[in-house]
Design a protein around this ligand. Sequence first.
Ligand code: ADP
Ligand code: MN
Length: 494
Amino acid sequence: QCPWGAPNTPAISCSLADVMSEQLAKELQLEEESAAFPEVAAVAEGPFITGENIDTSSDLMLAQMLQMEFDREYDAQLRREERKINGDSKVSISFENYRKVHPYDSDSSEDEVDWQDTRHDPYRADKPTTTPRKGFIGKGKDITTKHDEVVCGRKNTARMENFAPEFQVGDGIGMDLKLSNQVFNALKQHAYSEERRSARLHEKKEHSTAEKAVDPKTRLLLYKMVNGGMLETITGCISTGKESVVFHAYGGSTAEGKVVPAECAIKVFKTTLNEFKNRDKYIKDDYRFKDRFSKLNPRKVIRMWAEKEMHNLTRMQNAGIPCPQVVILKKHVLVMSFIGQDQVPAPKLKDVTLSSEDMTKAYHQILHMMQQLYKECNLVHADLSEYNMLWHGGKVWLIDVSQSVEPTHPHGLEFLFRDCKNVSQFFQKAGVAEALNERELFNAVSGLHITADNEVDFQAEIEALEKMNEDHVQNHGKKQSMFSSDGDPPIYDE
Ligand code: ADP
Ligand code: MN
């Protein structure tokens, strides 16, 4: 006899077969899930969500979408692992129990044994007894309620299998151990907090191994650009480097009605810090950053790279040097115009085969650009080579200027000399007869007259000049550096 009388809501009449049906259980669950979040159920597959009809106005929504996507990836990975382990073996194991149960579709705040949970029935294999929603099964004298101690105890024991794989539960599962609800709940609580703790511990590792993919915060930034309409769609990744990931996107338009280029490149500066350490020397001695560098945390320093690239590109744009046009800078994400067409980026100079005519033309153009960069933009590229020059529309485009410095940078002239070496070597190898050697090129760009006729002496003279300038700056202040082409105030003078 049922100890608290008949349930006051009459049981929905359905056949026992229905109650036992796993198919039905799954359907019910699906129904429940999609009712819990109709909006996100519409989320498309793929790395980016784009499109106009998805309401993504709130940050919470975006965060949940990101979580959903993460969970989907997690579950997909789980399935791959499962397949890998099982192979074509007759006996297979299932990771079903470790799939992400979505946090947003559960409204029970207490971490209680969930009696509606029919997925993890421990006796499913030989005796499919699912506990129905009404809370009891059987008829008359043989009725088993959800509070039956023996059944519950066994179930609780079996449920320990649902804890994370690395959680040691001992061999209670093999014995006829009956755990009381209280004990089970305590254990479950513990297992979950262990899982969270371990997730925190491993977080750092995962960040640095997530090579190609951008981190969730960056994704959120990108989503916002798409949802704000500034970008139409982000189509894919163009390049993954040590320090940045570059994506292609189709432009939209801004709220202010500004025109966004039809095709854009999105350069995401990596927020994993170790790769950036070797850049210290560029920025540390750059007086534009002097006051800021010491006070900043590394994350902010990375934003400064993006900021620097933006300012340098703007200077180049103003001087008429062919380079990407800045669209917008958001934190460590720089959007600029795309050099190329129909999602195909323009080839790097190192990858393109040019006629000797075009090659000679390219050389003269680069010589001119280097001079403009130095004299008009007051900049040295500092990573100039056939890798950072693109061939597009019959001319050379300069890219990748986040590390560019002003000539008065304590190592600015050395950087310029290195750039000259790369350029001379490339064009001499390419058979451009009139290509200057690196020393001639250096003088032609800088307007200096270093006379040394070999590399070692030349290098020594450059370093002597740098030293003189440093001393001069020490004595007279940074604004009167000796070979600054003009008196432009540094852009970071606050
Ligand atoms: P990294 O520091 O990783 O070298 P780059 O700025 O050189 O960063 O970008 C990496 C690659 O991405 C480039 O070699 C080029 O192929 C592509 N790329 C970068 N910016 C653009 C752009 N505006 N248009 C087309 N392709 C670009
Ligand atoms: Mn590059």
